[in-house]
Structures are given as C-alpha cells and as structure tokens.
Design a protein around this ligand. Structure first.
Ligand code: SF4
Ligand code: SF4
Length: 279
C-alpha cells in the first residue's frame, strides 16, 4: 500500500492540529489488516448507492450533503454486511469475518480500488466508471481465502473539474485534500471556530459538501438509490433557510432522527448556521 500510505501521510501533514488523531495512532492497522485480524486472508468490498437528486436550492436554502438525507449509513450498511456474514458462515462453515463501515482502521477506498470496484479520483473519493461516486463503502475482513479481482485503473485522465470547482481550494493537488480547507471538515468534524476567510466560500453548505462530486463527469451516470432507509423525509424536503434561524433542539432531533447529522449535533449545526447567516 505504498501509494495509499503516501496519500495518507500527505493528508495527515495538512490536517488541522488535534483533528483526526486516530488516523496516526492506527496507521499500522490501516496499512496491514493482519494487525486487526491475525489470520486475515481476504478483504471483501461492498458498495451501497446513496445518490439522490439535490433537495435544496443554492440561492434560497441551506444545503446538507446527500449522504445525510436518510438514516445513518453506519447502521444501515452494517446490518447488510452482518447478514452477508451469516450467509458466508452458513456456506463456508467455521470462518471468521468482521464488518467495517467507516468504523475501523481500514483503508476502505484503497481496498475498493484493489478489488476493482473503482479508483480513487483526484477529488480523493472512490469513483466507479458505471455509476460515479455516491456510494458508501463496506468492508468485510475474513480468514476465508478467496480469488482476488483485478484492481481498477485511474480514469481521471486530463480532467481537473473537481479541483477547479472546489470553492475553498481544498484539493491542493491531484489526489491531495487539505482537510483544513474542506467544507466537509468545518461543518461536520470541526470543534473550533470556523476561519472568517472561508465565510463566503461555503455556498450555503451547513453539513458536508458534494461540490467536487457534483462536477465529476462520472456522476452523470449516478442513478437514484432504492434503499428505503435513505428516503428523504418531508420535513427535510420542506425546511427553508429562515426556518433554521428559529429551529429548536426538539425540532432538530425530530427532523434528523436516525440521521448521521445527529453525530454532529444541534449545537455545532447551529454554530454553522449562525456563521453563514452573519455572512
Ligand atoms: S468536499 Fe467541498 S470543500 Fe471539500 S474538497 Fe470537495 S468541493 Fe472542496
Ligand atoms: S472530476 Fe475529473 S479529476 Fe475529479 S475525480 Fe472526477 S474524473 Fe477525476
């Protein structure tokens, strides 16, 4: 995983102090799954489509990233992987298998590329040739020995659309994200004050950012998901910018019940709303 290790260290060099420290402390496991499962023989990669047409209008609404339109993918996808593990055990007998959905020290995107599911694009996300990048990645680590698939090659070519479109310049070089400039970081992970210099660059995004995916030519082939758990609620569809100003914690909890947005929480979301309202 030489290339992936280089990208990860470039990311760690750029991250804001104190953020994503768990990435450095679990580096050995990330680079070698046998540090997690001693007798691991295979990595199974699964993708779950979460694409849905945009529900907000940039001029009049605050925008949240598509991945947060429905129920929390960690839970939705993990249940699917656990069902698959039950099936694998029924078929293959005494095997060990563990499921990961953005929940363990696993290089999901790197394994997805190695397993032929897609390639890591210049926007640092996994892109699939037939259907773009709006996918969650699930991993099953197992001691069952399986025939490996061929890795996928890079199909970005001369395209630089994601880098050109990023409003904050977070994609500093191809395949290199500076999290300290990324709207997703500042609206989801950040625990401190958002830098004033980024104020007019958020384009109404209050939770995550899909801009570098929306412009990717491969996402022209994205098709709406058919996962019932990712259905957009009427409450979420109807909330307008002015509603956010008076949104109570109780209303927030009702609208975003079971959503990944709850991991960020009311206080942090309202901090971003106030930051953008002051713009
Ligand atoms: S998510 Fe938004 S801010 Fe982050 S790199 Fe992509 S376009 Fe830039
Ligand atoms: S926008 Fe272009 S350069 Fe960026 S990930 Fe998509 S294909 Fe690659």
């Amino acid at each position: 995983m030489v290339q992936e290790a280089e990208w990860l260290s470039a990311y760690l060099e750029r991250k804001p102090p104190g953020a994503f420290d768990y990435l450095s402390t679990t580096l050995a496991e990330r680079l070698d799954p046998r540090q997690i499962m001693e007798d691991a023989k295979s990595v199974i990669v699964l993708l779950l489509n979460y694409y849905a047409p945009e529900i907000a209008h940039e001029e009049t609404d605050f925008i949240i990233a598509r991945y947060a339109y429905g129920k929390d993918y960690h839970i939705v996808m993990k249940k699917k992987l656990e069902k698959l593990i039950i099936f694998m055990k029924a078929e293959a007998g005494e095997i060990r298998a563990n499921a990961f959905v953005d929940s363990g020290p696993v290089m999901e995107k790197a394994w997805a590329q190695r397993g032929g599911a897609g390639w890591i694009g210049k926007n640092t996300l996994l892109i699939t040739k037939p259907a773009g990048s709006f996918f969650f990645i699930g991993i099953i680590l197992t001691n069952l020995e399986m025939e490996p698939d061929e890795p996928e090659r890079d199909h970005c070519g001369a395209c630089n659309k994601c880098m050109e479109a990023c409003p904050t310049g977070a994609l500093e070089m191809p395949y290199t994200l500076n999290p300290g400039r990324c709207i997703s970081f500042w609206t989801i992970e950040n625990k401190s004050v958002i830098p004033e210099e980024l104020k007019d660059k958020f384009h109404n995004r209050i939770y995550g950012c899909d801009i570098c995916q929306d412009v990717c030519p491969y996402n022209k082939f994205a098709i709406p998901n058919n996962e019932p758990a990712f259905t957009v609620s009427d409450d979420l569809k109807s909330i307008r910018k002015e509603d956010w100003l008076t949104l109570t914690e109780e209303e927030f909890a009702r609208i975003f019940r079971d959503s990944p947005v709850m991991r960020t929480g009311y206080d942090k979301m309202m901090r971003t709303v106030r930051f953008l309202m002051d713009a």
